[in-house]
Design a protein around this ligand. Structure first.
Ligand code: ZN
Length: 218
């Protein structure tokens, strides 16, 4: 756990706004609130090398200090949290349950199945296999369609909560810069490559800003 209480409090504050806005939004639409059984909780993990965050089904959210280099500010942090909350709301982890088995069998079989691509990546990037596996199988276990859905829903949640979603694209640009030369080829990555991601986010951004303005909480 990080002792950066200021950032943790910021995370909790963003989280609270999102919790309330999401519930309020579904209420107003006359839809069942997908987060009604969530037991929200927020932690900040002190790990500079991990540029990530996740949200477990049920609303347990973890942010690694490594991603703060990319998020930079409150709107950036909100964008990342909105994205992770979106995975939980869309129940992506339920969809991926069958994929879990494949990812648990270990490096060798994945390496064989990928025709040695994993070893090649390790050689070029110097990233260790455990790190890469963690990235592919544990920390980013979603497929590209799910990632696009989470990007879109995440922007909606951020916008409803009153954050400036134009920062979303900037995060991916910073992420790309920070990962320079280290980005695995798109087909190996469970995240779409940053360029595609930036393009898709840009395409949807104005529509989200217009259709999902900040929600006024009663
Ligand atoms: Zn994601």
């Amino acid at each position: 756990m990080s002792d950066d209480i200021k950032t943790l409090n910021e995370i909790k504050e963003i989280g609270k706004k999102m919790e309330d806005s999401i519930s309020e939004y579904f209420d107003r639409e006359g839809l069942e609130d997908p987060t009604k059984n969530f037991d929200w909780e927020y932690i900040l993990i002190d790990k500079k090398k991990v540029r990530n965050a996740w949200c477990m089904p049920g609303g347990k959210i973890a942010v690694y200090t490594g991603i703060l280099d990319a998020t930079k500010n409150t709107n950036g942090l909100a964008a990342v949290m909105g994205h992770e909350i979106a995975h939980a709301v869309a129940k992506h982890s339920v969809e991926r349950a069958s994929r879990g088995t494949l990812l648990n069998v270990g490096t060798r079989i994945i390496d064989i199945a990928s025709g040695g691509v994993l070893s090649d990546i390790n050689r070029t990037t110097g990233q260790n296999t455990v790190g890469l596996l963690a990235q592919l199988g544990i920390l980013n276990p979603f497929n590209r369609k799910q990632e696009s859905e989470a990007d879109y829903l995440g922007m909606i949640f951020s916008s409803l909560s009153g954050y400036d979603i134009r920062e979303t694209v900037k995060i991916w640009e910073r992420m790309k810069e920070l990962n320079k030369g280290k980005e695995p080829p798109e087909f190996m990555s469970t995240h779409p490559s940053s360029d595609n991601r930036i393009r898709d986010l840009n395409e949807k951004m104005n529509e989200v800003i217009l259709d999902y303005p900040p929600i006024k909480l009663t």
